[in-house]
Design a protein around this ligand. Sequence first.
Ligand SMILES: Nc1nc2c(c(=O)[nH]1)N[C@H]1C(S)=C(S)[C@@H](COP(=O)(O)O)O[C@H]1N2
Ligand SMILES: [Mo]
Length: 532
Amino acid sequence: MITMNRKTRATHRFRGVVAGIAAALMMFGLADLIARAFTPSAAPLLTLGQAIIPLAPPAAIKPVIALFGDNDKLVLVLSTGLGAIVVAGLIGALAVSRRRLATRLLVVAGLVPVIVIIIRPEAGVFDVIPTFIGIAAGIAVFVMLLRLGTPQTLAEAVDRPDIAPSIARGSQPSDPLSRRRFFGLAGALGAIGAVTIAAGQTVASLAQDAGAAVAKLVLPTPAKKAAAVPAAASTGVDGTVPFVTEAKDFYRIDTVLSPPVIDPEQWSLRIHGMVENELTLTMDDVLDLPLEEHHITLTCVSNPVGGELVGNATWLGYPVRELLARAQPSTDADMVLSHSFDGFTASTPIGALTDDRAALLAVGMNGEPLTPIHGFPARLVVPGLYGFVSATKWVTELEVTRFDEKTAYWTDRGWDAKAPILVASRIEVPKPLAKVPAGDISVGGTAWAQHSGIDRVEVKLDDGEWTRADLAEEVTIDTWRQWRTDFAEVAAGSHTLTVRATDKDGTVQTGKRRDSIPNSATGHHHIQFRVE
Ligand SMILES: Nc1nc2c(c(=O)[nH]1)N[C@H]1C(S)=C(S)[C@@H](COP(=O)(O)O)O[C@H]1N2
Ligand SMILES: [Mo]
């Protein structure tokens, strides 16, 4: 019935695909760029990617984080973009025979990010404008390219089989001039789209927004200062990780693509649930409290053996214990579910927030306000518990409740509800597979067992005996501790080093290998190196 010859049809289909891809690039590029400049959190690629995270199989999320580290967000944005391009390409292919249907499908597909943007809790009416402009530009590109690249009359005719044969018979295989025009224009428009996408990713007017918000928060002088870090807290082995981690080097783990930018004047913390006195604090209320500074090492449950998802900072904040005392929790409560502005939740055993440890509602990190990615303007930091059950960033609510009533974000995805940090140690020097000159060899690293403290670190060279390492001075039982050991006259050739730590409760770090889900990987860190 449809007599368009096969080759012409394939050519046209290919052009339809190209038109679809160029349209998608234009749509996302323009919308993303405009959004980044005015409403950064509503950039469609970002918001779409963000919406995909909760749909992804939980088992797949943490490995992706582990694999791509800090680039996991970029990977997600790129794969979302790629997915959109594939969909648009398919719609483009369809356009050759069903142009009107295809154009409508493209509009519907374009509305998906609009819906995702509107249903966000923090959505504003203007958030959708950039995406609407993007959709309009995308559709214009699509229609224009199809007009140019595939004979309009033919495509329409195929929708109308009654007149198709006569028109199809008249169709000419595309001449070189029109081919050049089509691909030239499609290439140019697609390239403009791709460049605006890249520009949108880098413009990061976000940083400026955040800068203005961060500048509003002036930290008071601590009522209780942390003791200065003694020089003896470092072993001096060249190449070990510094005792205090700068904010810019501090690992980052969260489920948002870009950190929310919260105006401290708009922020508040509500303490509610099973309490006698529900209360709400503003940032001014918090800053008027006698704030304390504490050195605390934070660790992620996803940290692989020997990994880098651990950092140590000096946090400024107010003890959660005091806040809860004001709210007067019911004696039946055994958990505090902390809520973030972004919807994340963490379940912390109430005991860890009411005993004498320095569980903080933190507003400062190493003498500065928190950075946006580390929870500005306020977060929790609880010594001794993995971040996913305690260290809620952008915290807005403390809900006093029970473990048998409420569950937290990661608990719903197969991870533990309570997760105390396990004793751990890692080798930092020499680096894996390093070539070391013959002679005496210095080995150094870090061990941690927050809120118990490190009692002992032992190192093994090849299959030798466990040798006790020298420990650097302990700053507090809530911080990590550096260790070093020196081996004399190590023979040339390939060697392995293994490390294990023991905490002050007497728990020896197990050598048994286990995956990080549900409550942290275990096993001894070991590395290979060569003496030459
Ligand atoms: N709002 C929010 N807070 C969060 C998370 C999150 O995904 N969202 N991740 C938690 C996890 S798993 C860890 S390990 C720590 C990491 O804190 P950091 O990014 O400042 O190092 O934050 C915790 N707080
Ligand atoms: Mo984590």
